[in-house]
Design a protein. Structure first.
Length: 400
């Protein structure tokens, strides 16, 4: 297809940032007002407002706080089918060890700007690919991406549009091409079985970015422990804990679907779900209940969404995580542990640690950080875009 193209100027105070490799075209950087840009998917040629020098070529694709992504800093590089073939070929080469694994059959094969094209991620689920589009601009490159993906073999391809489209599609199961999957699709993660539903809304069944944390939980942290898994989604952490020898797990999530989904995940691994508690309830209401009952746990998992709203309250990780931690500390037994996680991209690890310090100080307890986790190796990031390394996880021991 023939794309619209436009030359835009970058304010000189931001030019060095982009020249250093920063890929996200944010509103404030452009001299032109964003309404003057062509339709999404158009190519943007970036120039320094001060000296007129070429900075890079990107595309227009609106995401939160931004207008698109830089794709190349070579003025002569075309953004065509060959461009995507090169990007995907290199991305797949970087994950070659994952494709050879018998113990893990679900992982990320293309991670947006970390692999050279912001606005798109591709996940692999035992022969099936899931494309996640984060803007209409990114989606406009769909044909080129699919052509490049064909060279790497797939049983079938599914997609999720993770942006507002304004369209209503009846009975859309997100299937794109190839062979339709039979769901649940059972994948493995370090030997653990998880049920995946690529055809059932935006949430497919497991968050792949927590793989290393679940591995640590199973191998060294869960044995003989009572585990509280909050914001539990489909109970992936609970399953890992149970397989690691946990004495008992309690999974708590507000969504009604979490109950049947958690049962499914336990059953996939031959575990007796009736020997564990699966509770559909607002996490904060459960905290209140547990404190009244005097319940204590050896290990508490905190993996909340960045933002959530229920009928009773609104939760924002940036504003409310300290309070959440204090609630968890109150339910953590002596010498117990907390796995504290956040996926807020604008929150640094140092800021996150300050939340932990404040929560323990205000609770009157001391602590020790046993280990830190960020994104696993398949979630490739670039140093020029620290926001891309969004995951921060701390394994904390309550020492007094």
């Amino acid at each position: 297809m023939v794309r619209d193209q436009k030359s835009v100027t970058i304010q000189s105070r931001f030019a060095t940032k982009f020249k250093s490799g920063y890929p996200f075209i944010f509103d404030e950087a452009l001299v032109e007002h964003k309404t003057e840009l062509p339709e999404e998917g158009a190519l943007l040629h970036l120039y320094n407002a001060e000296d007129g020098n070429f900075i890079g070529t990107g595309y227009h694709g609106r995401q939160t706080r931004g207008l698109g992504w830089v794709l190349t800093r070579r003025q002569d590089e075309a953004i065509d089918d060959a461009f995507f073939e090169r990007k995907l070929k290199l991305a797949f080469k970087r994950r070659s060890a994952f494709f050879k694994s018998d113990e893990t059959t679900a992982f990320r094969v293309f991670n947006g700007e970390g692999d050279g094209f912001g606005g798109l991620t591709i996940d692999y689920f035992d022969g099936y690919y899931l494309l996640n589009w984060f803007s209409a601009g990114a989606y406009s490159f769909k044909s080129a991406v699919l052509n490049a993906l064909k060279q790497h073999g797939a049983k079938g391809v599914y997609e999720k549009k993770r942006y507002q489209t304004g369209e209503i599609v009846e009975e859309d199961d997100d299937f794109v091409e190839g062979e339709r999957g039979s769901f649940p699709l059972v994948v493995k993660e370090n030997g653990i079985h998880y049920a995946i539903h690529l055809n059932d809304g935006p949430m497919v069944g497991v968050f792949l970015d927590q793989r290393d944390v679940r591995k640590r939980l199973r191998l060294t942290e869960a044995k003989d422990k009572t585990v509280l898994n909050t914001f539990s989604y489909t109970g992936a952490f609970s399953v890992a804990a149970a397989l690691g020898g946990a004495a008992h797990t309690t999974s708590v999530d507000l969504a009604n679907r979490s109950y049947s989904k958690t049962i499914e995940q336990f059953s996939m691994n031959g575990l007796d779900y009736e020997a564990h508690d699966i509770i559909v309830q607002d996490v904060f209401d459960y905290f209140t209940y547990a404190k009244k009952k005097g319940l204590l746990f050896d290990l508490v998992v905190l993996d909340p969404p960045a933002f959530a709203r229920s009928k009773k309250r609104t939760f924002s990780a940036k504003n409310d995580y300290t309070f959440l931690l204090k609630e968890a500390i109150a339910l953590t037994d002596k010498k117990g542990s907390i796995i504290a996680s956040t996926n807020v991209s604008t929150l640094s690890m140092e800021q996150f640690k300050k939340f932990v310090k404040k929560a323990f100080q205000e609770s009157g307890h001391s602590y020790q950080i046993k280990e830190e986790f960020t994104l696993p190796a398949d979630f490739r990031v670039t140093n020029a875009y620290p926001e891309g390394d969004y995951l921060k996880v701390l394994l904390i021991e309550k020492t007094t």
